[in-house]
Design a protein around this ligand. Sequence first.
Ligand SMILES: *[C@@H]1O[C@H](CO)[C@@H](O)[C@H](O)[C@H]1NC(C)=O
Ligand SMILES: *[C@@H]1O[C@H](CO)[C@@H](O)[C@H](O)[C@H]1NC(C)=O
Length: 472
Amino acid sequence: MRGGLAWLVVAALGSARGEANPAHPTKVRAGLALPPCDPLAPRPRVHVYNLPEDLTDAPNSERRWRSYAMFFARVRTSPFYEADGRCADYFLIPHRAFTFVTSKQPAMRGLAPRLFSFIAQRWPYWNASARVDSARHIIYSPCDYGPECLHVDKAYKSRSARRLPRAHPADRTRLVLHVELTGREDWRPSLDGGETCGRCFLPGVDIRLPSPPDHNCGPLCGYSHAVLVRNAIWGRPPAERRALLAARREHTFFFAGRSMHTGDARSLLRAHHAGRPGWRIGVSAGLGGRVSISDAMLSASFCGSPPGKQDGDSDRFLPALLFGCIPVFFEHDGQREWRPLEGHPDVPWDAFSLRVRTRDIAQLHAVLGNISHARVVRMRTAMAGAWERMLFTSFPIERAKFDWWRMRAEGGEWAARKSWKWASYLGESGSRDAFAGLMDILRARLQPDAPPLMFTSNQRALEAQLPSGVSS
Ligand SMILES: *[C@@H]1O[C@H](CO)[C@@H](O)[C@H](O)[C@H]1NC(C)=O
Ligand SMILES: *[C@@H]1O[C@H](CO)[C@@H](O)[C@H](O)[C@H]1NC(C)=O
């Protein structure tokens, strides 16, 4: 395909008028001006819709929640931003990113149908994507359960999908791709003969991102940046890192945290393995708890990453990778959990993580006991090419976040000290960060043979996009 998705629109318009498809996007035929798209601009070209306020407006604090504002700022200042929708491959939809508190607000009701019908009426790109049968509209939805950032339901049924043609989470032919933190493929037959799902992850369409910088258990999970730098294995001198990768660790398995999901991975772990020698199964972690996550992950070979709240995002995989602890994901039978940036060539999850069915948790000690130390070392070493892809190094982060946990412990007033900085967590450049990885995946859908692109962020432009009222 030569230009963006929009080029198809123009080509289709051209053929509707009985003309041959234009040979070049800058050519003008029969009064039909074709957009001056830059043929050398890197793909994917991502356009951001400019929507009326009643469809997008949200309080500033929510816009910042889970890097919502940062995500849009990063797209707008990246080489992939396309100001002219006619040249774009993908269309990012701003919306009321909201938390469970605002989901009860009347303004949210009926928002999704209004939003999508506005887009389909106002611009030709939605209909064009239907013609080529391709999900080119992007919703950034960092809520725990995935699509519920925009759609108020939590159990989606194909029957209700009829009211929102090709935009509903439970429509497998949807033209919208969710960029989200959960990867649960939980589709099952419903009583009305259709399907139902709660997370509705569509493999090959939706993309799971790693936990963003301001997530409770993102790169900082109960410890400060200083502790991360001291304990993580990837920022250390090569000889020290090699020794840590090869070392036997004191504990076989570690998990500590709350149990708030509908499945049973966390309680099964406790029931079957609490008190087992070499196993650390804790109830609470981090602040006020007895366990330091960074110390515990650094001294364990395997780290549990069970599903989060109501089977939503599981987040422990991220600190686990930073401390060289092999993440163990848990899956309900028949519900695959797709992992962050899965499919990206730099992130071969099976080389450095495990997936265990919840019904096998009782046997987890046998499963792990079966894995040789040599294989453990190989798995740890395989994380070396992947950990940078799990970090949003090119996003600015609240400086205070680096010290959030410490300040909370000391009863400090962290909100008053908000300021922004770019976070190189362990000395990495950011050219291979999670955002770049997301762009790689989107590009591969357009140009399957293209190699990953390296790019650096335009920090000056990013700075101009910081939320107003804060200085960098
Ligand atoms: C897209 O298709 C719908 C349904 O056919 C139609 O109502 C709408 O006007 C079309 N949008 C545009 C911009 O032409
Ligand atoms: C241990 O490994 C062997 C050989 O790969 C396999 O047949 C067996 O099922 C494994 N046992 C467990 C408990 O995973």
